[in-house]
Design a binder for this molecule. Structure first.
Ligand code: Z5A
Length: 208
């Protein structure tokens, strides 16, 4: 595989979608073919699974069901989109990938890390992102941004502050464990300041 694989992570309202467009533009201007995608989703089947996962539902969803549906959507995404793109030499830019499973289903829902490691080893089969941008900011700031934005609230956005605090902690722990792969971006800054942080990392990724 010769393309590079980038994912963007963070709690809700961290500004991932906003900066995804900037990263795509930056890479395209550098002459790189970039495939922009997202999880859960990215394929026809994956988008259907996304709808199941995000729709608010009375009685909730068993945490193992949530983990397995996220993983099933990922298996399809890898097979149909990510691996073919990397094999062509394109770069892949995904709004969330496996770190979200460790943070949300592990940190947030409390599923044991070794269980998530097992299913991830099966699904990923050795593939991992080259770089993951972790957009970090206080939970309350992210929540405020989501409230200010108009639109329906999904099943995850209905969760309380403590849930997102556990997710943030888990993400930061992963960044500490894998500093070469997971790059922490201070997302509690202006859009322009965040772009500067991203540019520095993107430059070194392109020249690597
Ligand atoms: N999930 C999971 O549990 N397990 C998994 O394995 C995977 C996912 C893959 C869907 O994700 C849900 O799936 C997600 C985790 C779960 N649930 N949650 N929460 P998603 O990525 O589609 O949904 P999201 O995280 O809720 O996205 P979001 O709320 O749209 O956040 P965002 O993309 O990071 O933020 P944004 O839309 O770019 O910005 C939010 C607002 O802030 C918007 O009005 C912007 O204009 C504004 N903004 C952006 N940047 C700034 C700055 N710098 N300053 C001020 N205002 C800003």
């Amino acid at each position: 595989m010769i393309g590079k694989f980038i994912s963007i992570e963070g709690i809700e309202g961290a500004g991932k979608s906003t900066q995804l467009a900037f990263i795509e533009r930056y890479l395209s201007q550098a002459g790189i073919n970039v495939v922009v995608t997202r999880e859960p989703g990215g394929t026809q089947l994956g988008e259907q699974v996304r709808e199941l996962l995000l729709a608010p539902r009375e009685g909730g969803m068993a945490v193992d069901t949530e983990l397995l549906l996220m993983s099933a959507a990922r298996a399809e995404h890898l097979d149909q989109v990510i691996k073919p793109a990397l094999e062509r030499g394109d770069w892949v830019l995904s709004d969330r990938f496996v770190d979200a499973t460790f943070a949300y289903q592990g940190g947030g829902r409390g599923i044991a890390t070794d269980r998530i490691e097992q299913i991830s080893a099966w699904t990923l089969n050795g593939l991992q992102t080259d770089t993951t941008f972790l957009f970090d900011l206080p939970v309350e700031v992210g929540q405020q941004r989501v409230i200010s934005r108009k639109g329906d609230i999904d099943r995850f956005e209905q969760e309380k502050t403590v849930f997102f605090q556990k997710i943030r902690d888990c993400y930061l722990q992963r960044a500490e464990q894998e500093p070469n792969r997971v790059k922490v971006i201070d997302a509690n800054k202006s859009i322009e300041e965040i772009e500067l942080q991203l540019t520095a990392i993107l430059k070194s990724l392109i020249s690597a």
